[in-house]
Write a protein that binds this ligand. Structure first.
Ligand code: 5GP
Length: 190
């Protein structure tokens, strides 16, 4: 998606050879117009797939996921990283090791929001080693829900997330695919 690639080049900062900072439009401050385009772009590919839910993880997956849900007119669920007192006791849970925080979180979704009737699009802001996406598909599989595809805004293709997910039979669909972050520059897969 050209608008996204342009934004990454103009506003993204390479922090290390494997970390890209995009806090001015995706992970802290959010650019709603860009999120709306992202929502349309993904939704257009899945309009005939009878999607019933969009599933993401807090917090940076929420913005793109909401715009996809809006386009497809389906609810959006975000897995929580911390249990809240108000959450029902019946939870689907999985462990996820965070690439950026270097810690393991138990993520959860209430059983009342995801069932075996659901056909899901999984969404996240970044794909690195695939642990967040794997946790989300694990929650879907615990609910007996089927997963149509894993939609990623920014894939760092030099890390092993895509191959891990594809080996498990999931379709990975990314809007920006980064080949490397060498020399403090973003190099996209052509
Ligand atoms: P994975 O679970 O695929 O290893 O990493 C994906 C998760 O880690 C995403 O949910 C995202 O929050 C975070 N992440 C991974 N790589 C980056 C990065 O380069 N920049 C930012 N801002 N977040 C990242």
């Amino acid at each position: 998606m050209k608008e996204l690639l342009d934004k990454i080049v103009s506003d993204g900062t390479v922090l290390q050879e494997d970390v890209l900072k995009v806090d001015s439009f995706l992970t802290h401050q959010i650019d709603p117009k860009l999120m709306s385009l992202i929502g349309k772009n993904f939704a257009d590919k899945y309009r005939d797939k009878k999607i019933t839910k969009v599933v993401t993880i807090e917090s940076s997956g929420i913005a793109p996921a909401v715009f996809i849900g809006l386009e497809l007119d389906v609810p959006v669920i975000f897995a929580r990283k911390q249990k809240s007192l108000t959450m029902s006791t019946e939870l689907l849970t999985a462990s996820v090791h965070s690439f950026t925080k270097k810690q393991t979180n138990e993520i959860s979704i209430s059983t009342k929001f995801l069932t075996s009737e659901d056909h899901v699009l999984v969404v996240d802001d970044f794909l690195a080693n695939g642990q967040a996406a794997l946790g989300l598909v694990e929650l879907c599989s615990q609910a007996g829900a089927s997963v149509e595809a894993i939609n990623i805004v920014i894939e760092k293709s030099f890390q092993n997330g895509r191959s891990l997910l594809e080996e498990k039979g999931y379709k990975v669909d990314s809007l920006a695919r980064i080949e490397s972050l060498k020399d403090n520059k973003v190099h996209f897969i052509k």
